[in-house]
Write a protein that binds this ligand. Structure first.
Ligand SMILES: [Zn+2]
Length: 237
């Protein structure tokens, strides 16, 4: 009797073992009807402006099921499509090159600081897909090439519409200006509030994250750096 029980146990364990093996084997291939299968590249639907709306909709439905909601109830039926349109909009910067905005410049002999302060923006942190937003300040010292001020705001907007971290956003904007304008100096300062810090986790509302990227003379020269920082931070409304 005892031996039968133990052999039965052995068989059960063996069955489970082979079940595990077959699961891990199948995991490499998309499983029909599962999210893994649906999210496989080969299942990609038609994309609008580089964004596959149907795929986002399927994923949002899965999230709603996963948190214990019913995506088919009245208030949620349209939600996956709405979220897909929202993501297409807030991540449109992934499919847009900001460079052309900096390639229409004017030749001017002005060679002092140009600063555009308080350019508001909204972006998404790539760690939580939570919004973060605030203000960007962009300064540069031209060496013959001057761009329309609104172009600087356009560059911030395009770069902001990508999943990212604030540090990289700051660096990306500064590099674009340095590369395209042959500027003698570039200063980018970004101040933002991150909802992944205010809504969840440590929950610290009001905390502000400040990042800066200094290029050329703003990096080399302490008095130039002090000058741009005082232009950014003095007489603020
Ligand atoms: Zn985050």
């Amino acid at each position: 009797m005892a031996s039968m029980v133990s052999s039965q146990k052995y068989i059960n364990l063996k069955d489970r073992e082979s079940e595990r093996m077959s699961i891990s084997k199948e995991a490499d291939q998309p499983m029909e009807g599962s999210l893994m299968g649906e999210l496989d590249d080969r299942e990609a639907g038609p994309s609008v402006g580089g964004v596959d709306h149907a795929r986002i909709e399927r994923a949002v439905r899965e999230i709603l099921w996963a948190v214990g909601e019913n995506p088919d109830r009245e208030g949620l039926v349209e939600t996956p499509a709405r979220v897909a349109r929202m993501y297409a909009e807030v991540f449109s910067g992934l499919h847009e090159d900001p460079r052309p905005h900096l390639q229409k410049f004017f030749t001017e002999s002005y060679d002092d600081i140009v600063l555009v302060r308080d350019i508001s923006f909204n972006s998404f942190c790539e760690h939580h897909l939570c919004p973060f937003g605030g203000k960007a300040h962009i300064g540069y010292v031209p060496s013959g090439k001057v761009v329309g001020l609104s172009k600087l705001a356009r560059v911030v907007e395009i770069v902001a519409r990508r999943p990212q971290v604030q540090e990289r956003m700051t660096e990306t904007v500064a590099n674009l200006l340095e590369d395209e304008l042959d500027a003698r100096g570039v200063a980018v300062v970004i101040e933002a509030t991150h909802t992944c810090m205010t809504l969840r986790g440590v929950r610290k509302p009001g905390s502000l994250c400040v990042t800066s990227s200094m290029k050329g003379l703003f990096r080399q020269n302490a008095s130039s750096r002090a000058e741009i920082m005082s232009l950014i931070y003095t007489n603020r409304r």
